[in-house]
Ligand binder design. Sequence first.
Ligand SMILES: [Zn+2]
Length: 256
Amino acid sequence: MNSYRAEALVLKSQDLNEADKLLTLFSLEDGKIRAVARGARRSRNRLLAPSQPFSHSHLLLFPGKGLDTVSQGEITESFRSLREDLTKMVFSSYAAELVDEFSQERDKSPAVFYLLLEFFRFLSQDKPPEIGLRFFQLQLLTSVGFRPELGQCVNCGAVLDGGAKSAPPAFSPALGGVLCPRCSREAEKVMGLSAGGLASLQFLLTATWPTLSRFRPQPEQMAELERLLEAYIDERLEKRPRAREFLHLAVKPDEI
Ligand SMILES: [Zn+2]
């Protein structure tokens, strides 16, 4: 079989044996790929750098019977600071885990590739990691078909006009969006949603990386976004992502 090229980010790099690494990659051309980097654990190996977690490389791969093999790699961006700074590492690991969990092998998605690449760049430029993460999460959910519904009740379809006199809606992680006040009284596991929380979600759904700098939420809005998005993600994945635990250790309120 013929070799193929891939522009890829390393989601995960695991030791396979004394010499080799097993890489989980997300490529522009083919989406998620699992491949062996032979010799990548050896200090002078040419695949050592392209096998580091989060690195952005151009690779040449050979298809195998089981796993493919990386035969050549050239680093484009090493993203070294994401491995050396604990906070950045935790945020990068969590984002990589979410991409891994929400994607199937060989399910191509250039949008997800560029989203993760831009988040790594955002983190490496010392921008506020938690704001970047919430934007990343909403955009990832949208790209994989789980965009939360914010405009109308996910139970009865009533349009929520958001007028000042209307009662605040609620959020249902299980149903994937907002509930009108009437439905929220009957549904189970409903979360409160403040006007500021809803506005933050709406801003992040339509923001871009350049416009994200205009987002200046209050700490309580960030806490609300965290609760809603993490509950929604757990509901979609039917589990808690592993890297979430470390996120709580790395984030201090004054860093938001
Ligand atoms: Zn309703």
